[in-house]
Design a protein around this ligand. Structure first.
Ligand code: AMP
Ligand code: GLY
Length: 419
């Protein structure tokens, strides 16, 4: 198969790594790709991921059999719909389905209508009403911008004052903040369950846990994700079954009832509250950095699975997993998720790889022949090992041999699961 991957982040690097291991793969391209993805695919940097027409043309001219869409923006932007009109198969959901991530209000209303467990909520389009409601409910309480805000449009307010300020801050998220969701605070432990669906059947991948806050001990601002591990022991057999029966299957069915066929990856961000999984959010794509720990454990051919999802004919019922644990530590630019420096030389990746790490590039580029930092999240370093303890010890040994100025990473990835 000729495959075109859309995206450039750590998640897409992990997807490229896994796809490249498929015996079905013939030619492999990426738009725009990255200095990491270029190990596996020919990167086409002069086409933008927002340019649906150019992507369709590229796919046609290069006899692409399957387009794999990594990030949410092209999904929300209808790329898969345009590819489909042109007769090109894609792994990723259509524009209508992508609302499940693109609009928190769409997702919350869907869950409410079809009794899918989630936090209670109200939607506001004006600041005064939102504040009045917040005063009635009191803190802790959660304030969210409606649209895509790169994972940063959510404020979990511990005090009433913080909550009221959060409503004012929503203006900073531009269009994404013009409608506000105010939500009940769920007290529990988070987990991410990514799943593959052909629109009828839905198969969960092994559960992962992300670390969204920038600092150790879950302190500081929310980020895109500072590290992850899998499998997440919090999602035991009983909870897995509840996730499938009360969340994943009903979500695909309820979308269907609304006239929407969802194909691709459905990511359920969960809060496990007293043994009951509830939805924090849905994403219409693989998680980042969850993908960097889930795919290294998957034994099946991902390309075959994706192709079957895209065709609407997923033949597999159960996936095979390595009996191991995986841990990914994100190495970020100091300052992230606020402002940070770029173009800082990165050393030691070769050494880390020789120690057995998978090093996924999230924000790097080649400048004058040298690998330099080019984003907030720079690298994701993943290790797999027979136990989580070993995976954690090994991953930090690898992280320590990689260096760039002002590097920041959390030292407590997976610590909770080790307790
Ligand atoms: P979201 O973008 O909706 O996933 O929210 C980002 C993060 O905010 C989540 O990963 C949670 O840590 C936290 N969060 C969001 N909604 C809630 C909630 N209702 N209760 C508690 N924490 C939440
Ligand atoms: N790891 C969080 C996300 O992918 O949205």
């Amino acid at each position: 198969m000729n495959v075109l991957l859309i995206g450039s982040g750590g998640r897409e690097h992990a997807l490229a790594w896994k796809i490249s291991r498929s015996p079905l793969l013939k030619n492999f391209y990426a738009i725009p790709g990255s200095s990491g993805i270029s190990d596996f695919a020919q990167c086409v940097e002069n086409i933008s991921v927002d340019d649906n027409a150019a992507i369709v043309n590229f796919a046609k001219s290069n006899a692409i059999d399957l387009v794999v869409v990594g990030p949410e923006a092209p999904l929300v932007n209808g790329l898969v719909d345009e590819l489909s009109t042109a007769g090109i198969k894609a792994f990723g959901c259509n524009k209508a389905a992508a609302q499940i991530e693109g609009s928190k209000i769409f997702a919350k209303r869907l869950m409410k209508k079809y009794n899918i467990p989630t936090a209670e909520f109200e939607v506001f389009d004006n600041v005064d009403d939102a504040k009045k409601y917040i005063r009635e409910k009191n803190a802790p309480i959660v304030i969210k911008a409606d649209g895509l805000a790169a994972g940063k449009g959510v404020i979990v307010a511990q005090t009433l004052e913080e909550a009221l300020n959060a409503v004012d801050e929503m203006k900073n998220f531009g269009a994404a903040g013009s409608k506000i969701v105010v939500e009940e605070f769920m007290d529990g432990e988070e987990a991410s369950v990514l799943s593959l669906t052909d629109g009828k059947k839905i198969i969960p991948l092994v559960a992962a846990q992300d670390h969204k806050r920038v600092n150790d001990g879950d302190q500081g601002l929310n980020t895109g994700g500072m590290g992850a591990y899998a499998p997440a022991p919090i999602v035991d057999e009983k909870i897995s079954k509840l996730v499938e029966d009360t969340i994943l299957k009903p979500t695909i069915a309820s979308l269907k009832a609304e006239g929407i066929t969802y194909r691709g990856c459905l990511y359920a961000g969960l809060m496990i509250v007293d043994g009951v999984p509830k939805v924090v959010e849905f994403n219409a794509r693989f998680g980042d950095p969850e993908t960097q720990v889930v795919l290294p454990l998957l034994e099946d051919d991902l390309l075959k699975l994706m192709d079957e999802c895209a065709t609407g004919n997923l033949t597999t019922d159960k996936l095979s997993w390595l009996n191991q644990s995986a841990v990914c530590v994100i190495m970020a630019s100091g300052g992230y998720p606020k402002s940070y420096k770029k173009n800082l030389p990165i050393d030691g990746i070769g050494k880390a790889k020789s120690l057995g790490a998978l090093v996924f590039h999230a924000g790097t580029k080649i400048s004058d022949g040298e690998l330099v930092t080019n984003g907030g999240r720079v690298l994701g370093v993943t290790m797999t090992a027979p136990t989580l303890r070993e995976a954690v010890d090994k991953v930090y040994r690898c992280v320590e041999v990689i260096n760039f100025d002002n590097v920041h990473y959390r030292r407590d990835i997976a610590a909770r699961a080790l307790k």
